[in-house]
Design a protein around this ligand. Structure first.
Ligand code: BGC
Length: 419
């Protein structure tokens, strides 16, 4: 790959540039899912239920039209297990047809679909039988994966089995603690800071890894040439001087164990938003005076390049990287443009060093339901909550223009480190 000028990096042929969503966050009325049940209970951290979300269940053709018109060549979306298998063993042919239409719709528009099988939500029946902690959860997931082949056959190449398994294991630990303490303390589960106060649920970690491997086998055996991976939340743990061992021990169950499980996969999804500082006594708060986003995370765009490097260090160089999420919750689109520009520069730097990166999928295509609230707006495209009218933001036009040009900004390394 060559840099045409010092300030740009030419993307390799076939590089995917697009945006991402997940079913529950944009479709609306995902009534058979565990999250729908959770968010409609009175005793949780949820401040508003997902309701109609962005109504993408009906408006996906418009969403894809916009992405294509903006200049993108890829769309990552998830298919919803709770719709496909509303009762264990009973498959909705209509739901399968719906998602097949989406796959075909993407391809017709020149958008390579990247399809996630599981993005945080499960059918209520799966939750009721013990969720991931049930002894046969991996087999049950593999069976759903077999069913999902009917959608993938419509022309999918890239499949993500499970989104952010590391966050699933952490969320399970938070829910378990909330359940032990009683409903009054269920608020705990919502606080982002809560993640630092629990250890990921080890049984669930192991079940998720088994499920990923079982699903991967099903997908490979289908003989469709599917390229299979999973997408891990990269927290970019940075050790303060002297805290290197503490940081490594902290990171292992929260991230690296899931990256190690991706050795031998066809690709690995990197999802990065910010960094987390670790001191000798453990995680530290966001540095005083640092700019934060609507999710309370430090504004730290270089997280992306650092996450890619860390991922490759753990998984090994033989597994190509796909950036499956990167973005910022902000009401100020100028900050989104600045963030994305710097994040892309950090990505260009790792690519210029020879790391094999196959795509960049921004989170998110649309303003959507951020797990309990619509307030943190991550979208390149705004959505009116009453009319569902879509309005692309300037950031969408800028990123789309880069996609069309096949180039991304590239600062010389010295400039990056001098920030
Ligand atoms: C998830 C998304 C979420 C985003 C921003 C990731 O953790 O995959 O569902 O909306 O980050 O929080």
């Amino acid at each position: 790959m060559t840099s045409s000028a010092q300030s740009e990096l030419v993307l390799p042929d076939g590089f995917l540039m697009g945006a991402a969503t997940s079913a529950h966050q944009v479709e609306g009325n995902n009534t058979g899912s565990d999250w729908w049940a959770f968010e409609n209970r009175p005793d949780t951290f949820v401040s508003e239920p997902s309701g109609d979300a962005a109504d993408s269940f009906h408006r996906w053709p418009e969403d894809m039209d916009l992405l294509r018109e903006l200049g993108f060549n890829s769309y990552r979306f998830s298919i919803e297990w709770a719709r496909i298998e509303p009762v264990q063993g009973r498959v909705s042919r209509a739901a399968l047809a719906h998602y097949r239409d989406m796959v075909r719709g993407a391809i017709e528009r020149g958008l390579t679909p990247v399809v996630t099988l599981h993005h945080f939500t499960c059918p209520q029946w799966f939750h009721a039988r013990g969720g991931w902690a049930a002894p046969d959860s991996a087999d049950v997931f593999a069976q759903y994966t077999r069913t999902a082949l009917d959608v993938l056959r419509a022309g999918v190449k890239y499949v993500a089995t499970i989104n952010e398994p590391n966050m699933v294991a952490l969320m399970t630990a938070l829910y378990r603690r909330a359940a032990e303490k009683g409903a009054d303390d269920a608020d705990d589960a919502g606080a982002a800071a809560g993640f630092a106060s629990v250890e990921p649920a080890t049984d669930v970690t192991q079940a998720l890894i088994r499920a990923h491997h079982a699903a991967t086998e099903v997908l490979h055996e289908a003989g469709l040439g599917l390229q299979v991976g999973w997408t891990v939340a990269n927290q970019v743990y940075q050790a303060e001087p002297g805290a290197e061992d503490v940081a490594a021990a902290y990171a292992f169950p929260r991230e690296d164990v899931f990256l190690e499980a991706a050795r031998g996969d066809d690709w690995i999804g990197v999802q990065a938003y910010t960094r987390h500082l670790i001191g000798v006594d453990g995680p530290l708060p966001v540095p005083q005076g640092a700019e934060t986003t609507l999710t309370g995370w430090e504004w730290y765009p270089e997280a992306l390049g650092e996450a890619v490097r860390h991922t490759v260090d753990v998984v090994g160089p033989g597994v190509p990287v796909m950036v499956t999420e990167n973005g910022i919750a902000t009401g100020d689109d100028e900050r989104r443009i600045d963030y994305t520009t710097r994040a892309l520069k950090s990505l260009a730097a790792v690519m210029a060093d020879g790391i094999d990166v196959r795509g960049y999928l921004h989170w998110s295509a649309l303003d959507n339901y951020e797990w309990g609230t619509f307030r943190p707006t991550f979208g390149l495209i705004a959505v009116d909550p009453d009319t569902f009218a879509r309005t692309p933001k300037e950031s969408a036009r800028r990123l789309g223009a880069l996609a069309r040009s096949g180039r991304i900004p590239h600062a010389p390394a010295a400039a990056l480190s001098a920030r």
